[in-house]
Each structure stands twice: as C-alpha cells, then as structure tokens.
Design a protein around this ligand. Structure first.
Ligand SMILES: Cc1ncc(C[n+]2csc(CCOP(=O)(O)OP(=O)(O)O)c2C)c(N)n1
Ligand SMILES: [Mg+2]
Length: 345
C-alpha cells in the first residue's frame, strides 16, 4: 500500500467498507429468514472497489452500476436503513420497495441505479455523461460493470460512443473473475489482455488492485482528474473477487473452497486494518469501535425495515412516468396500467 492518504481519510474508508460488510451479512441473514424477496447479490469481498473509487470522486459526480449495487449505494452514504428496507420491499426503501436488491436508486446522492440487465447500465451511463457534457458541468460519471458485461454489445457500443464523443465517463470494470459460474478465462476473449478492449476504441486504459482500497483510490483520483481536464473517457480494470456466491441461491460448484480461502487472504478490510495498525495510524480499540458502530447500524437497519410499512397497491403506478399517466390519457391506458375492478379477472 502506498501512503498518500492521511489517517482520517483511511479511517473514513475503513468505516464505509465495514458498514458494507456488516450490512451484507445482515442482508444474507434476512434473506435466509425469508424477509427479502427476489434476487440478492452480495458485495462481500469487493468493498474496496466501490469505496476507493467513490472516495476519489466528488459527491455530485454521478455513478451507475449493475445489480450488485448495495456497496455503491452505501459507499455513497445511503442510509443503511433505506437500503435494508428496499430489500424487505417496504415503503421506506430507497426505491419505495419496488426495486429490491437490484434496483437501488438515490437521486440525492447521485446514484442512478442498480440495473439488472448485464451491461444495460453502459448506454445509460454514456447518456448521463452526455448530459454532463451538454450542460457543460464539471462532473465525471463512473459506470461500473462486471466482467460478464465485457461481452455485451451495449458495452462496446457505449465504449465507442464515449470515445467518439469524448464523454466524461470512466468505465469501472469490477473484475471479480466470474460471471455467474463462468470464469473470465472461459467466457471472455483476451481475458489476459483487457487493455485491448479499450485500445479497440483508442481509449485510455488503467488497472488497479481492487482488493487494496488505497490503490483503487489513487487510480480513480488520477483518472477522474484526466477526465475533468478534457482528456477523454477511461476504462479501468479493478481486479477483485467475490467471496459469496453469485446470488444467494448459488451452490458454487464451479470453484474450490481452497480458491476462496486463498482469496480471503487478500481481504480488503483486513489489508487496510493491517496497514493502519502496522503504521501506527490508529490502535485496535479504534478499529473495534468502527466495527461495533457498523454492526449496530446494520442491526438497526433490519429493525427499521421490519418495522416499516409494506408498499401499498396505491404505489403500483407511481414513479413509472414523470407525468402521472405518461404518454397515455387515463381512459386510454393499456390493460396492465388500467385501474382494475378487483372482480374483473
Ligand atoms: C443481458 C443479460 N443476460 C443474462 C443475464 C443473466 N445474468 C445475470 S447476472 C449474470 C452474470 C454477470 O456477471 P458479471 O457481469 O461478471 O457481474 P457479477 O455478477 O460478477 O457482479 C448473468 C449472465 C442478465 N441479467 N442480462
Ligand atoms: Mg463478475
């Protein structure tokens, strides 16, 4: 680890990583207790990517990501209570309980989802970046994607347009080596030469150790400064690993326990803790305090989610269009949007 960040900044990043880790543990437990509906993809192991990169941005730089989105929302300081309530499908959730795990949104913190279609966030990301350019704002959009998205057409179209239009965007590859059960080497051409993906579009490529929060921070600080200076978009390969299954229902037959435990030796939270202690930047009691606070927040988020009201049917048609009935007149609504007589089945 390099040491360009001071103790306060590092402790801030540790706090965020611990909040994510403890939140995800409670999310897993809540899923097992059948309190979470739908899919649930945990971010455990990848915390340094969201925290390091988001710490290097300004609070109003927009971010957009795929369905493994809890970490990004929490790194952006979403209240864990609103994050947990979303998993529980409650009205107090960040998407009013209508999006679930894969569709976190937080307009206040410039977090634009949470998208379930692999690579689907890339065209949306360049749209956000185009908006920044068009309005001449001093912002950088970070669009996160998994290694599985490398093989999606939308990713390549977005890389092309970003390069052609010199858009203010960083494509942050969260290279956790697996796309569901498929290792990157099996499913992705040029897996050992990912800068080639950017070279095809004459785009700047960079890489960082995604298990080292400080390395991620430094890489994104550098790339964001270049984007702001008008040097064009970038592609960053963040080499990371997910410790849990693809989703909560993954028996993980495609990798050995030894592989996982070997990767656990690189744990991004332990790495930062060791760095802080070894360099006398803080003592163990301070670490314990941060962890205790993270655990309390996670527990509190579960209590809040449990106690929150269910999302009612009256919310079914809200937040779909910016106008109440979108392009339709109320009387012309298509069947699925029409107010139905409960007896009319
Ligand atoms: C277009 C599309 N194809 C397939 C799927 C099913 N699917 C969901 S997640 C996933 C794996 C994606 O892996 P990766 O992009 O590496 O992200 P990670 O889960 O590792 O974060 C697939 C194939 C989907 N959601 N969208
Ligand atoms: Mg992956």
């Amino acid at each position: 680890m390099s040491d360009s960040l001071d103790a306060a900044a590092l402790l801030g990043m540790l706090r965020r990583m611990m909040v994510i880790r403890r939140f995800e543990e409670r999310a897993a437990q809540s899923y097992q207790q059948a309190n979470v509906g739908g899919f649930c993809h945990l971010y455990i192991g990848q915390e340094a990517v969201a925290v390091g990169s988001i710490s290097a941005l300004r609070p109003d730089d927009p971010i957009i990501t795929a369905y493994r989105d809890h970490g990004h929302a929490l790194a952006r300081d979403m209240d864990p209570r609103y994050a947990m309530a979303e998993l529980f499908g409650k009205l107090t959730g960040c998407s009013k309980g209508k999006g679930g795990s894969m569709h976190y949104f937080d307009r206040e913190h410039h977090m634009y989802g949470g998208h379930a279609i692999v690579g689907g966030q890339c065209p949306l990301g360049i749209g956000i970046a185009f908006g920044i350019q068009y309005l001449e704002e001093d912002k950088v959009c970070v669009c996160y994607l998994g290694d599985g998205a490398l093989n999606q057409g939308g990713f390549h179209e977005s890389m092309n347009m970003a390069a052609v239009m010199n858009l203010p965007i960083i494509f942050a590859l969260e290279n956790n080596q697996y796309s569901m059960g498929t290792h990157i080497a099996r499913g992705t051409a040029a897996a050992d030469n990912l800068p080639a993906k950017a070279a095809a579009y004459d785009m700047r490529a960079d890489a960082c150790d995604g298990m080292d929060v400080q390395a991620v921070y430094n890489c994104f600080a550098k790339q964001a400064a270049l984007v702001r200076a008008g040097e064009g978009p970038a592609f960053v390969d963040c080499q990371t690993y997910r410790y849990k299954g693809h989703s909560m229902s993954d028996p993980q037959k495609y990798r050995s326990k030894d592989e996982v435990s070997e990767q656990e030796q690189q744990d991004p939270i332990n790495k930062l803790v060791n760095h802080l202690i070894d360099n006398h930047l803080c003592d163990q009691s301070e670490i314990d305090k941060i962890d205790k606070h993270a655990k309390d927040q996670a527990l509190e988020s579960v209590k809040f989610a449990n106690d929150s009201p269910e999302t009612g049917l009256d919310e079914l048609f809200t937040d779909v269009y910016s106008q109440p009935y979108g392009p339709y007149k109320k009387g012309d609504l298509p069947l699925m949007l029409r107010e139905r007589d409960p007896g009319d089945r």
